[in-house]
Write a protein that binds this ligand. Structure first.
Ligand code: SF4
Length: 458
């Protein structure tokens, strides 16, 4: 949206006080995200009433979920833009008229799983007031104007949109539509443009990156894409996030292992480890199966960094099932782990389940699981002291000017810990000889904290 607006002549500002048009891009994944979105819309509505702004536009997933309510309950909102209607941002912002015809970027592909689940109501939005019946089908491509909001050396590339999985706690498929992949050549072309403009680190995202290409008739779509990206000049770190557990194939692991510029890093949200909870989550699998899969990842990719996330307090989760999850975490020894308390979502099939757990029980389980992981993390980080890594320097530390900070290939942008740099060879020299942000340096780890590291550039 920012790329399209800029191309159409709009000037962007992050300051609501300066804006003629305010756009609030929203999330609607879980209750707290919906609340944050609504609070921000109300705050911006006050800006419109009291300040310079003449238009207020609400975009994103909250629009897919509460289209009519937003318009009815917040009269200051002038226009809404759903996740499938991105080109209409121009008309919504009053920058220029935009076509009402389908976006030229739409690509109509689907997977048999998605078509089957659609015919069984997985994507139904019947109970949602004002939801348009057409599911979002938008996909950007390499010709879509784009404005990077990340530092100039790092970029995300969305390779697919939507999701065909039936996870019973999740409404993302209804918000984002059926799974569809961007064309192979389009992703490569975008990566080449980004690399030419100075991007050195690419993070591939999508609701499920490991299904990439299945709707295009590609077998091993993600490994093939990674191989092509690894050959793009200038890309130093390539990684993908959000793998689905049963889609991590040997071919994918071997592709990661075979390329120096594909990070030895796998992010696989497992959500739980108890087979009975996973069954109620409509995900399948279980701790034993996951441990075998993790063992294979560690065998094929030496020094692989593993990240996962879990949901605790799913309806009916017993003490015994939660203990199974704790035991699994102790055994799997992840490098990075996130834990979320179950959030009840109207429209998700788990919403109808009995035996909802009290909020305080969910929170105490969340804390307990994180305290188990904290000890594992301490041990893992300690074992890195004395080892050498390539470090991507991000600039002065956000915590103190006395330190620099950066990341290694073990750290995905924004979600994992950091490496603080407290020493480098030219420290006593003029400032212009100091290490530069966006550049890679060899470093030695000198200290370990619970999640963060301290290093010296060598
Ligand atoms: S795979 Fe992820 S996005 Fe898809 S339904 Fe499951 S939790 Fe939601």
């Amino acid at each position: 949206m920012m790329g399209m607006l800029t191309q159409a002549g709009a000037e962007l500002t992050p300051a609501a006080d300066d804006a003629d048009v305010i756009v609030v891009n929203t999330c609607s994944f879980i209750g707290s995200a919906q609340q944050e979105s609504v609070d921000t819309i109300l705050e911006m509505a006050r800006h419109k009433t009291a300040g310079k702004a003449k238009r207020l536009v609400v975009a994103g997933c909250l629009v897919e979920r509460f289209r009519d309510e937003i318009r009815k309950d917040i009269p200051e909102v002038d226009a809404v833009v759903g996740t499938g209607e991105l080109p209409t941002i121009l008309a919504a912002a009053g920058v220029s008229s935009s076509p009402t015809a389908p976006s030229p970027f739409n690509i109509l592909t689907s997977r048999p799983e998605g078509d089957h689940r659609r015919s069984h109501g997985r994507f139904s939005r019947d109970g949602w007031d004002g939801a348009v019946s057409d599911l979002p089908n938008y996909l950007y491509d390499d010709h879509t104007p784009r404005l990077l909001t990340t530092p100039s050396y790092s970029a995300y590339i969305k390779i697919a949109e939507g999701c065909d999985h039936p996870c019973s706690f999740c409404i993302i498929p209804q918000l984002r539509g059926q799974f569809r992949s961007r064309r192979f050549e389009s992703v490569i072309a975008e990566a080449e443009h980004l690399a030419q403009s100075g991007v050195r680190e690419i993070t591939l995202i999508g609701q499920d990156t490991t299904c990439y290409g299945e709707d295009l008739g590609l077998k091993d779509g993600l490994p093939l894409l990674l191989e092509k990206l690894a050959a793009v000049d200038g890309l130093r770190w390539i990684r993908f996030l959000y793998a689905y557990p049963n889609k991590i194939t040997r071919r994918l692991l071997e592709t990661i292992a075979a390329h120096e510029n594909i990070c030895s890093y796998i992010d696989v949200p497992l959500q739980h480890a108890s087979p009975s909870v996973l069954k109620r989550m409509k995900r399948g699998g279980g701790g034993d199966l996951f441990l075998r899969s993790i063992e294979k990842m560690r065998r094929v990719i030496l020094d692989v960094t593993l990240r996962t996330s879990f949901i605790v307090g799913f309806p009916g989760e017993t003490e015994k099932e939660f203990d199974e999850l704790c035991d699994f975490v102790r055994e799997a020894r992840f490098d990075w782990m996130g834990t979320f308390g179950y959030s009840d979502q109207e429209g998700a099939s788990a919403f109808g389940l009995d035996e909802k757990l009290p909020a305080q029980d969910i929170e105490s389980r969340r804390k307990k699981l994180m305290s188990i992981q904290k000890k594992i993390s301490q041990g893992k980080k300690k074992s890195l002291v004395g080892r050498e890594y390539d470090l991507l320097l991000m600039g002065p530390s956000e915590e103190t000017d006395l330190l620099l900070e950066g990341r290694t290939a073990m750290h995905a942008p924004e979600i994992d810990g950091k490496v603080f740099v407290n020493d480098y060879p030219s420290k006593d020299f003029p400032a212009d000889e100091a290490p530069q942000k966006g550049q890679f340096y060899r470093c030695r780890i000198t200290e370990a904290h619970d999640y963060d590291l301290v290093a010296e550039i060598i």
